[in-house]
Design a protein around this ligand. Structure first.
Ligand code: ADP
Ligand code: MG
Ligand code: MG
Length: 252
């Protein structure tokens, strides 16, 4: 589904990713952990198609297509969801309306019929009930005055409605409370499917107490330096990142 091979990328002439490779198959949940400044968010931003990054080497294939050659909207239409794709506050624009526009834009570019407001409402009710969310957030402005927890709930709701093939979540270390983490984890667990994969980027082992990843990777100094099962996350919790740093091979 996702094949990243030997990715090298820089920001303002500074090398951040230094030969990163990662393979994700349908149905899998991968966690990417690593010390602050390792390049985790950079990886997410490059996959999202954000400006400002120079990719000098390597390839990224998504479902057999060269991802880096696609515009952000084309990536979304191809089935890629990045939680931080829609984080903006849009005061006065109704959250439901916004999401229907996003969904219909994707459907249109796939040649699927757009949903009218009745059909969309039905879909929304279904997703809310599956996720045990209430409809409070639907009628507010997009992310307008949302708390951290509400943003997380909204993110998971967007994910459920857009039904991507691959969802990439960057769980920044910005003081989310345990309820917000649980919302993310329960959302991921509920939306897991044989044809859907998740990459969860996180600084915190805590999130992985609720999500059971199939594969845990450690990203340090721009590369994946270690991969393993869920037990790797526990090891990191116990020993920190010091022992991983020792494995980062100095550049020749
Ligand atoms: P992580 O998410 O793993 O904490 P980031 O990908 O955010 O790490 O950052 C990786 C490195 O790139 C850090 O050293 C950071 O300071 C640097 N960096 C990130 N964004 C920029 C930028 N816009 N300009 C310059 N350096 C940046
Ligand atoms: Mg950081
Ligand atoms: Mg980050």
């Amino acid at each position: 589904m996702l094949k990243i091979h030997d990715l090298h990328a820089s920001i303002n002439g500074r090398d951040i990713l230094k030969g990163l490779s990662l393979h994700v198959k349908p149905g899998e949940v991968h966690a990417i952990m690593g010390p602050n400044g390792a390049g985790k968010s950079t990886l997410g931003n490059i996959l999202a198609g954000r400006d400002g990054y120079d990719v000098s080497q390597g390839t990224v294939e998504f479902e057999g297509r060269p991802l880096l050659e696609l515009e952000p909207e084309e990536r979304a239409a191809a089935g890629l969801f990045l939680a931080f794709q829609y984080p903006v506050e849009i005061p006065g624009v109704n959250n439901t309306y916004f999401l229907r526009s996003a969904l219909n834009a994707q459907r249109k570019s796939r040649g699927e019929p757009e949903l009218d407001s009745m059909q969309f409402l039905k879909l929304v009710r279904e997703k809310l009930s599956v996720l045990h969310l209430d409809d409070k957030l639907l009628h507010r402005g997009v992310n307008e005055g949302f708390s951290g927890g509400e943003k997380k709930r909204n993110e998971i709701f967007q994910l459920a409605v857009l039904e991507p093939k691959l969802a990439i979540l960057d769980e920044t270390d910005s003081g989310l409370d345990i309820d917000a983490l649980k919302t993310v984890a329960e959302g991921v667990n509920t939306l897991r499917a044989p044809d859907r994969a998740f990459v969860v980027i996180t600084h915190y082992q805590r999130l992985l107490e609720y999500i059971r990843p199939d594969v845990v990777h450690v990203l340090a100094d721009g590369r994946i330096v270690e991969s393993g099962g869920p037990e790797l996350a526990l090891e990191l919790e116990e020993h920190g990142y010091g022992w991983i740093r020792d494995r980062v091979v100095p550049e020749a």
